[in-house]
Design a protein around this ligand. Structure first.
Ligand code: COA
Length: 263
């Protein structure tokens, strides 16, 4: 087994062939700053070839949030180049999860908003608690999703529903997410990790090469849409030169509604 590595923003542990990743920024509702993305990416990549690990569970610390999105305080002052780099790192992290040869389950313990929902969607399976809330509220900040949300949401719930979700920025509850096919299971909070372990324990009995192949084959179907990812990275980066982006992020940090002018 590969020795556990220490990370700055996440906690990791391997137990009974399951690798646990916990986002450890509870006071910021586990908002994903760039360091967190990099930590998650490195942690996931570290178990790709570890034969002792047969599955991964990603969750957020505490009972309130899985992840409340990208870290608005961090990116509020980014320019176009930094915004583009941020999106590229998000895409790279979530691709590392999606392409992981072992099953990855998102244990959604609360808010999964923006980058948090995108992180959950990059996992192969999603299990959530009854009080989980999902949304892509980026339009409230004057931007679009930047971590493949425009791509994976349409794949998971269909184009029409995805467009409504992305354009209204509405937050939906666990039951609605289940009906839309955004989550696989809803469980009481004290059974969240147990349910994820139960699924992984079942998969653990199958041939690892067959499981890796299932993941590769299903992902291959969506690869032809890869251009959409580049469109999203460019669009996202360009927002960092707009007035509405400055107004949107400023309004969030000042805890007031945004006044968008369309430039
Ligand atoms: N980035 C940075 N900080 C965030 C954050 C984010 N995405 N989401 C929450 N936080 C911080 C808050 O600023 C606050 O920090 P403070 O205590 O230093 O002021 C702390 O986490 C607690 O959040 P708060 O807003 O006070 O909690 P709440 O219960 O009133 O509201 C939410 C919860 C999730 C509805 C609200 O935090 C929210 O709307 N977050 C942003 C969601 C979003 O737009 N995500 C997409 C980003 S691209």
């Amino acid at each position: 087994m590969i020795a556990e590595i220490m990370y700055q923003t996440i906690l990791t542990e391997t137990k009974n062939q399951i690798f646990y990743i916990t986002i450890d920024r509870e006071d910021k509702l586990n908002a994903l700053n760039i360091q967190t993305l990099t930590d998650i990416k490195n942690a996931v990549l570290s178990i790709y070839h570890d034969h002792e690990v047969r599955g991964v569970i990603i969750t957020g610390r505490g009972t309130k949030a899985f992840a409340a999105g990208a870290d608005i305080a961090e990116f509020a002052n980014f320019n176009v180049e930094e915004g583009t780099r941020m999106s590229e790192e998000g895409h790279a992290t979530l691709r590392a999860i999606d392409n992981c040869p072992k099953p990855v389950i998102a244990a959604v313990n609360g808010f999964a908003l923006g980058g948090g929902n995108e992180l959950a969607m990059s996992c192969h399976i999603r299990v959530c608690v009854e009080k989980a809330r999902f949304g892509q509220p980026e339009v409230n900040l004057g931007i679009t999703p930047g971590y493949a949300g425009t791509q994976r949401l349409a794949q998971l719930i269909g184009k029409g529903r995805a467009l409504e979700f992305l354009m209204t920025g509405d937050m939906i509850d666990a039951q609605t997410a289940y009906q839309l096919g955004l989550v696989n299971h809803i469980v009481p909070a004290d059974q969240l990790i147990t349910k994820c372990e139960e699924i992984l324990n079942k998969i653990k009995n199958k041939a690892p090469m067959a499981i890796a192949s299932v993941i590769r084959c299903v992902n291959a179907y969506y690869e032809k849409r890869a251009d959409g990812n580049n469109v999203e990275i460019n669009e996202f980066g360009n927002f960092f030169g707009s007035e509405d982006f400055i107004e949107g992020t400023k309004a969030f940090l000042e805890k007031r509604p945004a006044n968008f002018r369309g430039n």
